[in-house]
Unconditional design. Structure first.
Length: 349
């Protein structure tokens, strides 16, 4: 089959690799219907995280089950499934506590599972999904083609944006500032609105992203950054800053922006994959009573409720995909996101 490998900085290639097969009783073989490029994929693409040897890449996918191992009970061949970016058994203590990203037997796409068997990257024609019972979520029947983009967001970005909002305690009447206008940040705007926020400030300098943020529920847009951005957010929110700040980038600057935009006693929810050395200033947190929560989003925990809202039409997060590429143009899909000509690139094998 064909699958995507990263060889180095801005070196993405589609290559022939061995066809995956069911190797363990807990496996499922899935034919990929749609995959995509994640903002976190850009860190190795840009060389922020060095690539020392060719590696499979991609961790967001939806598809159809082709075959299952003898122990799999929750999905069957023919099921249309959503796979969270982190694979989990669903039975260990951490999974039972809703933190499937810390599963004791967990696995990640593009690396070896707990048994030492390679899990394919998501940007390919097929994948062997380890721990299928705990990981995969089947839709009720074959979804309409129009739902494909929104269902794909449930594998990562919508659940991740939701995790930022949940971690920051967003609820009815909250004032919220969202730092980051990529797909995760935009989904965080949607999540905050879904949870009942009264005021949502999206920090964005790009007209297309500003427009989508407003459609997702942003009440205000702030283009300024640094101290000017903090001053503008504070002015908009009654002179005291936001109840909740959602950090959706992962840099030192974005974390500083989120912390400074939060009112005393407020909360920061962070989900940006760390790059560029973000650190928490304990003195600042101590003096302001600002609390910080978040991390790797356990999207498997959020999948059922978000799936219901997608299927009912209550939310349409798939609008973050503004460019679609066939798999054989995966290098162009990366370049489009790197050059900011696309918010998020969808791939169709």
């Amino acid at each position: 089959m064909k699958a995507t490998l990263i060889h180095g900085t801005r070196d993405i290639r589609l290559e022939e690799v061995p066809d995956p097969t069911v190797q363990l009783p807990t496996d499922a073989l899935v034919r990929v219907v749609a995959a995509c490029v994640c903002g976190s994929d850009l860190w190795p693409y840009r060389g922020v995280r060095p690539t020392t040897s060719p590696q499979r890449i991609g961790h967001e996918l939806i598809g159809v089950v082709e075959e299952v191992g003898s122990d799999v009970r929750t999905v069957k061949p023919g099921d249309f499934v959503i796979s969270p970016f982190a694979l989990s058994d669903g039975t260990c203590a951490h999974c039972r506590n809703g933190v499937q990203t810390s599963c004791e037997r967990g696995a990640w796409f593009g690396s070896e599972d707990s048994e030492g068997v390679l899990v394919d990257g998501g940007q390919g024609e097929y994948v062997r999904v380890a721990l299928a019972d705990g990981s995969l979520v089947a839709t009720p029947g074959m979804p309409d083609e129009s739902l494909i983009p929104s269902l794909l967001t449930l594998s990562d970005v919508m659940g991740t944006g939701h995790h930022a909002a949940v971690s920051a305690g967003v609820g009815k009447g909250s004032t919220v500032v969202v730092v980051g206008d990529g797909a995760v940040g935009l989904c965080a705007v949607l999540a905050a609105n879904r949870l009942g926020a009264e005021r949502v400030v999206a920090m964005s300098r790009h007209a297309d992203r500003q427009a989508l943020a407003r459609e997702f529920g942003a009440t205000d847009i702030v283009a300024e950054r640094g101290e000017e951005g903090v001053a503008r957010v504070t002015e908009l929110l009654g002179g005291i800053g936001a109840d909740a700040a959602l950090e959706c980038v992962g840099t030192k600057e974005s974390m500083a922006q989120a912390l400074a935009s939060t009112r005393p006693g407020g909360r920061v929810g962070y989900v940006g994959v760390p790059a560029g050395g973000p650190e928490l200033p304990i003195g600042q947190l101590f003096s302001t009573n600002v609390s910080v929560g978040g991390g790797v989003a356990p999207v498997r925990a959020y999948l059922p409720e978000l799936l219901d809202d997608v299927l009912s039409g209550a939310i349409d997060p798939g609008r973050v995909f503004d460019a679609t590429f066939p798999l054989d143009r995966v290098a162009d899909a990366y370049a489009a996101m790197d050059e900011r000509t696309a918010i998020k690139s969808l791939l169709r094998p």
